[in-house]
Each structure stands twice: as structure tokens, then as C-alpha cells.
Design a protein around this ligand. Structure first.
Ligand code: COA
Length: 234
């Protein structure tokens, strides 16, 4: 609590640094309801931890009426959380959010309705969650990962990855495209089809070479390049 003013200053500076739409500190202080919701949360979290749970819940509802953002006071939130635009964001009771996380409007860090105890996600540092994305259940999104707008994430996301779609699947990891080849991991039917076609082409190449009795031709440079740029680990 004594640090609240310092945290407010830090949040405003963070928005000034990262949002090209922000024109002045005063504008950020007055007009960014995502920050207002986080500041309410800081006070509510303090109350929650000091046995004022009903009061904390009540003020979190007041904050929701004012900002359109619902953050449960028991959630654990790191520094410089930036909720951009904000309306419709929900952060559940057992959610954990690291430092320097950005959430856009309509993001839910929610439960699946099937779990008890820790049932909301953990977002590590520097995660960005696009508008309308739903991250559901006790899963972890690794640091520096990005969740595409409108995705529904139901599994752990490794660090430095980009996840898109419903259900969410990894399209990039550590700067490389990901092709999903393990059928158990398949959330992406296109990857399954591509993996099957690639296997068939490889089989046909071998067969043609056997029939012709020729020395194997090298894989064309373009195809080689594509294979090198792919991450086939998942
Ligand atoms: C997911 C995201 C971070 C990816 O950005 P990126 O790393 O630059 O990746 P790309 O744009 O190159 O997209 C990679 C692939 O994922 C697809 N993709 C990107 N975002 C997607 C989404 N939200 N849903 C489904 N597919 C998506 C792209 O079509 C592309 O596929 P392709 O190469 O087969 O055409 C970005 O698209 C996104 O959704 N950002 C959220 C922004 C937001 O919510 N803004 C709200 C402002 S108010």
C-alpha cells in the first residue's frame, strides 16, 4: 500500500513508453480505465490479505461498474500490468500474472468450471494476450509468449511462442514456424494433412529412386530452406 503512488507513477510511465496513442501523463492518468482497474485491484488485494475480504469483493465490483474490468482481489498480479481499452476483461481468483503483461479488451483468465483449487491460468512475464482471447484452466503461458486475438487456450504454452486459433495451437516458437506432427497434440488439422503429405512425398521419392536405380537427388534448395525454417518438435 505505501508503494501505491510509486506503482501508479510506474504504470503511467509504462503506458507512455508503449502506447503510441498516449499523448501526456495526465491523459494516461485520467483516461486509461485499464490502469484505474489495476489501481483499484492493488487496494482490494491489500484488503483481501488483511481479512477484509467482503470489503475487497465489494470494491472490486465497484471497480467493475466503473471500468468494465473484473479483477478478483485474490488474484496475484505483478508490476506494470497494462490492460489496453479494457472493457470485458475478467481475471479470476487464482490467476497469477507476471510483470510487464499486456491484456487487450475482452480477455478472460478464467476457469474451465471443472477444476477446484488453483483453477485459473498463470501468465509469466512479458506475455501479450490479444483482444477477446480466453485462457482457461490451471495452465501456464511461458514468458514472452503471445496469444492471438480471439484464441481459446486450453493447454500450457511454452516460452517465446505465438498461439492462435480455437482451440489455440502454436504457430511460432522462438522465431520458427511450428508444424504439429504428433497426432496427440493435433489441434490443427492443416498441420496433420501437411505432415501426411510430406511423409507420402518422401516415400514416393524413395520409390522412384529405387525403380530408376539412380543416385538419390538432393532435396531442392527451396524445400530444404522451408524444412530448416520449421520447428517439428511438437
Ligand atoms: C497473434 C499475433 C500476436 C501474431 O502476430 P505475429 O507474430 O506478427 O504473427 P503473424 O501476424 O505473422 O501471424 C502468424 C500466423 O498466425 C495467423 N494469425 C495471426 N493472428 C491470428 C489470430 N488472432 N487468429 C488466428 N490466426 C492468426 C496469421 O494469419 C499467420 O498465419 P499465416 O502465416 O499462415 O498467414 C497477432 O496476430 C494478434 O492477434 N495480436 C493481438 C492484437 C490485438 O488484440 N489488438 C487489439 C488492439 S485493440
Amino acid at each position: 500500500m505505501p508503494h501505491l503512488l510509486g506503482l501508479i507513477r510506474e504504470d503511467v510511465a509504462n503506458v507512455m513508453e508503449h502506447d503510441p496513442a498516449a499523448k501526456s501523463r495526465l491523459e494516461v492518468f485520467l483516461c486509461y480505465s485499464g490502469l484505474h482497474a489495476v489501481w483499484f485491484y492493488r487496494i482490494n488485494h491489500w484488503m483481501w490479505n488483511h481479512r477484509l475480504s467482503l470489503m475487497a469483493r465489494w470494491w472490486s465490483q465497484v471497480a467493475r461498474w466503473l471500468t468494465g474490468i473484473e479483477i478478483h482481489p485474490a488474484a496475484k498480479i505483478g508490476r506494470r500490468l497494462f490492460i489496453d481499452h479494457g472493457m470485458g476483461v475478467v481475471i479470476g481468483e487464482t490467476a497469477i500474472v507476471g510483470d510487464d503483461v499486456t491484456l487487450y479488451q475482452g480477455v478472460t483468465l478464467g476457469g474451465t468450471g471443472k477444476e477446484q483449487g488453483k483453477r485459473h491460468p498463470t501468465l509469466e512475464d512479458n506475455v501479450v494476450v490479444g483482444g477477446g482471447a480466453k485462457i482457461l484452466g490451471n495452465l501456464t503461458v511461458g514468458k514472452n509468449s503471445r496469444i492471438g486475438a480471439g484464441s481459446v487456450v486450453l493447454r500450457n504454452v511454452p516460452e517465446q511462442s505465438t498461439v492462435v486459433g480455437v482451440p489455440g495451437h502454436i504457430v511460432f516458437r522462438e522465431g520458427k514456424r511450428v508444424v504439429i506432427t504428433d497426432p496427440k497434440q493435433i489441434n490443427d488439422p492443416l498441420s496433420e494433412a501437411l505432415a501426411a503429405v510430406a511423409t507420402e512425398v518422401s516415400r514416393l521419392r524413395e520409390r522412384v529412386q529405387q525403380l530408376e536405380g539412380s543416385v538419390p537427388e538432393p532435396v531442392p534448395e527451396r524445400l530444404q530452406q522451408i524444412m530448416e525454417d520449421m520447428d517439428y518438435q511438437i
